[in-house]
Each structure stands twice: as C-alpha cells, then as structure tokens.
Write a protein that binds this ligand. Structure first.
Ligand SMILES: Cc1cc2nc3c(=O)[nH]c(=O)nc-3n(C[C@H](O)[C@H](O)[C@H](O)COP(=O)(O)O)c2cc1C
Length: 188
C-alpha cells in the first residue's frame, strides 16, 4: 500500500474487537519511533509515552476501577468490573501525554498539536503493520486522580490512550462530515 492508501483507508477498530497478538517488542519500538517523528516546533518534544502491556494493563485498570468506585459510589458490580478490565481490551495501550506548557517562544497550542500528531502517527503506523488501533480518552483521560497515578504535572494533559491489537473483521467505513463543506478557495 502506498502511504496515501494507508492514510485514506485507515479506520478505527473498536478496542472491544481487539485480540492477541499485539505488536512484538521490535514493532513496539517502530510504533514509538513513528510517534516521535512528528513536527515539533522548537524541538521541545512536548509528549511522553506510557506503555501498558501484559499484567500492567490489568494492574492499571484495577486502579481505574478503584477511582471510579470512589467517584461513583452507586456503580454496579458489573460496571466496576468493566472498569477493572478497561486496558485489557487490547494487547497494547500507549498513553500519549501532552507536556505542553508556557514557553518563551513556542506557543502552548503548537505543543499540544504536536502531541495530537504523535497520536495520529501511532494510528497510521499500527494500520501499516496490519494492526487495528483506536484513539480513546474516555473518562480516565480527564480524571485528576488518574493523572496523579501517571505522575503527570498540573499542566500536562492526556492526548489519548491508543489501543492497539489484532482484529478479525475490517470495520465498515462510516459516514464522515462533508469535505466540500469544509473547503474554501481564497480568491483575492
Ligand atoms: C482526541 C480524541 C479522543 C477520542 N476519544 C474517544 C472516546 O473516548 N471514545 C470513543 O468512542 N471515541 C473516541 N474518539 C474517536 C475515535 O478514536 C475515532 O476517531 C472515531 O470513532 C471515528 O473513527 P475513525 O477513526 O475510523 O474515523 C476520540 C478521538 C479523538 C481524536
């Protein structure tokens, strides 16, 4: 597939439809290199990657379930069990953390965009390798206790949890917002 085919054929695979095997260690390094190879004004590298594989996925998910229970005391056992298995839906999850902050020259906005580009590169690299991937934030992407668990500083943000795994059925294309309505040709 050409790069353009890869970009235009990419579709998210739902985390719940993912299975083993996940990327090998070598493939994981390639994914991370792709994520790291993004436009980055000022060479600040304003992103961090936290890798969840194997037992670490269930360990972290149990912590998520405990936070969820604290904040939703009425949650049913079924719902709590779902939280306790969140990251086990895929063999590999990569949390992309934006570390964007005030800088004398480079705007914070540009740093945030760079972290978004890292997420997109992960999706495209995973698709190129034949894996399914999904960019999720869900509730735990915005939760301060979860941020503390990830040793994030106050100004850090979760850009996304990128779920990666094998999948059986190619997802159908979805209806997309009209491209034409989003294009203007500037006439001077
Ligand atoms: C920053 C960001 C966060 C997202 N978080 C979620 C989420 O929490 N739950 C969800 O169902 N989809 C989420 N999505 C959307 C999916 O990743 C996906 O883009 C969408 O389902 C469309 O599928 P497509 O990628 O095949 O176009 C998020 C997308 C972005 C860009």
């Amino acid at each position: 597939m050409s790069l353009l085919d890869i970009i235009t054929s990419r579709r998210s695979v739902s985390a719940k439809d993912m299975s083993e095997p996940g990327p090998t260690s070598e493939q994981l390094q390639t994914l991370l290199q792709a994520a790291h190879r993004v436009p980055d004004h000022g060479k600040l590298g304003p992103w961090r990657f936290v890798i969840f594989q194997g037992a670490a996925r269930a360990d972290f998910s149990r912590e998520l379930a405990a936070i969820y229970r604290e904040e939703n005391p009425e949650a049913t056992d079924k719902l709590l069990q779902f939280q306790a298995e969140l990251l086990t839906r895929a063999p590999l999850v990569i949390a992309v953390i934006s570390t964007a902050g005030p800088h004398v020259k480079i705007s914070e906005w540009e740093q945030v965009l760079s972290a978004g580009a890292a997420c997109q590169n992960l999706l495209l690299a995973a698709h190129t390798m034949g894996f399914g991937a999904q960019w999720l934030t869900e509730w735990y992407g915005y939760n301060k206790k979860v941020h503390a668990l990830l040793n994030m500083e106050d100004h850090h943000r979760i850009a996304g949890f990128i779920y990666v795994g094998s999948y059986r059925e190619k997802p159908e294309e979805r209806v997309r917002p009209s491209l034409q309505e989003r294009i203007t040709y500037w006439n001077s």
